[in-house]
Design a protein around this ligand. Structure first.
Ligand SMILES: NC(=O)c1ccc[n+]([C@@H]2O[C@H](COP(=O)([O-])OP(=O)(O)OC[C@H]3O[C@@H](n4cnc5c(N)ncnc54)[C@H](OP(=O)(O)O)[C@@H]3O)[C@@H](O)[C@H]2O)c1
Length: 268
């Protein structure tokens, strides 16, 4: 069910979490090219400042840096309060920040697993709840949530990550339906492996040719947002197939296949 978006980027304000690198940085670049002002959020203040200056020089936009560790609920609240103090109205929220622990559950400290839920899930829900009401009131806006192809099935060896991304997918689809009568459009994005820093602390048994290019992924995401799509599995056909197959096979087989995929990615 799609309703073409009437969102106009020029002069709007987009807040991107995790903008210091990877897909977040590419979102910032492509939105700046379309004339969006930016709020760049993340922990790496220096990288965000350098990016903000570069994008302001290259495009006629303003870019504001707000540092926040999204694993901390206090810092998420502070971020929302800073937006109010600075009178920044966010038109497009891109919940992009995230990370994945590719390690077996009982071998991973609980604190790291909770942090994974806090960044990938709690911050997404909190920021959406804080910023979407003003979009609804203006009858204009959007929320783009980064889920993952990992969100379509259980992944033994990355159980919390897959469950968190599944949450993001289902939450986004439900919210898209709730907000359908308004001018606010919600899109869940479910990429397969993309060549970013995401795999920096892993040893994926993947060549770069097996990963998607972040620039092409973000172009596809913004096209899908413009078309009013609610769920996008961007990139390679093989990724789309892998998200479709779990719907056809018995659950027990799907879980085993998921575990073998994580082993290949991480050699766990
Ligand atoms: N790359 C892939 O293969 C892939 C596939 C499917 C889905 N995804 C999803 O796409 C999104 C972007 O990932 P990416 O590939 O661009 O990975 P990335 O290169 O590792 O970038 C992740 C970003 O998240 C930010 N971040 C992590 N923890 C944070 C925290 N506690 N507080 C604030 N920001 C935090 C990081 O910024 P700071 O370090 O500055 O805080 C970084 O800019 C993630 O949600 C990821 O799960 C990625």
């Amino acid at each position: 069910m799609t309703k073409k978006s009437t969102f106009s980027y020029k002069g709007s304000t987009a807040l991107i979490t995790g903008a210091a690198g990877g897909l977040g940085e590419v979102f910032a670049e492509q939105l700046a090219e379309r004339g969006s002002n930016l709020v760049l959020v993340g922990r790496s203040a220096d990288k965000l400042q350098v990016l903000a200056q570069r994008l302001e020089q290259q495009n006629k936009i303003t870019a504001t840096v707000l540092t926040a560790d999204l694993a901390s609920s206090a810092e998420v609240e502070q971020l929302v309060s800073n937006l109010k103090t600075k009178r920044i109205d966010v038109d497009l929220l891109i919940n992009n920040a995230g990370f994945g622990v590719f390690q077996r559950f009982l071998e991973t400290p609980l604190a790291r697993q909770i942090e994974e839920i806090d960044v990938n899930v709690r911050a997404v829900v909190s920021l959406t709840h804080a910023l979407a009401p003003a979009m609804v009131a203006r009858n204009k806006g959007g929320v783009i949530n980064l889920s993952s192809s990992a969100g379509f099935q259980p992944l033994a060896g990355a159980g919390v990550y897959a469950a968190a991304k599944s949450f993001v997918l289902l939450f986004s689809e439900a919210l898209a339906q709730e907000l359908a009568p308004t001018g606010v459009h919600v899109l869940a994005v479910c990429p397969g492996p993309v060549a970013t820093g995401f795999f920096a602390d892993k040893k994926p048994d993947l060549g770069r040719h097996q990963m998607d290019d972040p620039k092409a992924i973000v172009e596809e995401v913004l096209r899908a947002f413009d078309r009013g799509k609610r769920v996008l599995v961007p990139g390679k056909l093989s990724v789309r197939l892998k998200t479709f197959l779990p719907r056809l096979f018995p659950r027990a087989l799907v879980v085993q296949f998921g575990e073998s995929v994580v082993r290949k990615l991480n050699r766990v």
